[in-house]
Ligand binder design. Structure first.
Ligand code: ITT
Length: 195
């Protein structure tokens, strides 16, 4: 079976990418599937796109295979677009999302609630120029933690058109509107042709 390596250890992202690519009949592998010891890839870029490219290129160069990477995060306007590219590391990598999410709810009380998820995807096909895409999912910070699906900041990300948080959406519904869903749909045709 053909495979696509996703340069990520984030199970939430991998699950969404796997679901969206299921019709391609390919095996979507995470770094845990291809390495015995997952390498520490330093994400020292200044933008989502730079970090996505760093993650995809590192693994494509090592394995000489087609590699996709996703660098994403939550931008909260009242917090000067933080946590942004530091979303996974915000308040410490090991801090629970209950704590991170409650912190953001408290920080925007009485302020502008607009926020967005951003997703940059880098697709590296050996011997070709890398392909970079960036998409957003525009919404607001909810006033409480709500919803059981998704991962990370989904329980506080309210999407007005659906009147619920992205954690209260079904996986299909989230993929339809999300930053990751939009980015991956742009790469779908290329993946279909190249894999
Ligand atoms: P990899 O680098 O291994 O892919 P990571 O979680 O460290 O995993 P990022 O550096 O791209 O990846 O950080 C993305 C963070 O942004 C993620 O950990 C969540 O906190 C948040 N995030 C991104 N997309 C999200 C989504 O769809 N729903 C909820 N939170 C999301």
């Amino acid at each position: 079976m053909k495979e696509l390596i996703v340069s990520s250890t984030n199970e939430g992202k991998i699950k969404e990418i796997r679901a969206m690519l299921k019709d391609l009949g390919i095996e979507v592998k995470s770094l845990k599937d291809v390495y015995e010891t997952v390498p520490e890839i330093e994400e020292n870029g200044k933008t989502f796109k730079e970090n996505a490219l760093i993650k995809a290129k590192y693994v494509a160069d090592e394995l000489n295979k087609v590699v996709l990477a996703d660098d994403s995060g939550l931008e909260v306007d009242a917090l000067d677009k933080k946590p942004g590219i530091y979303s996974a590391r915000f308040l410490g990598h090991d801090t629970s999302y209950d704590i991170k999410n409650q912190y953001i709810i408290d920080a925007v009380k009485g302020k502008d609630r607009t926020a967005r998820f951003v997703c940059a995807m880098a697709l590296v096909i050996p011997g070709r120029d890398p392909i970079l895409i960036e998409e957003t999912f525009e919404g607001e910070i909810n006033d409480c933690i709500d919803g059981e699906n998704g991962f990370g900041y989904d329980p506080i990300f309210y999407y007005p058109p659906c009147k619920k948080t992205s954690a209260a959406m079904s996986p299909e519904e989230k993929n339809k509107y999300s930053h990751r869903g939009k980015a991956l749909r742009k790469l779908y045709k290329i993946l279909k042709e190249e894999l």
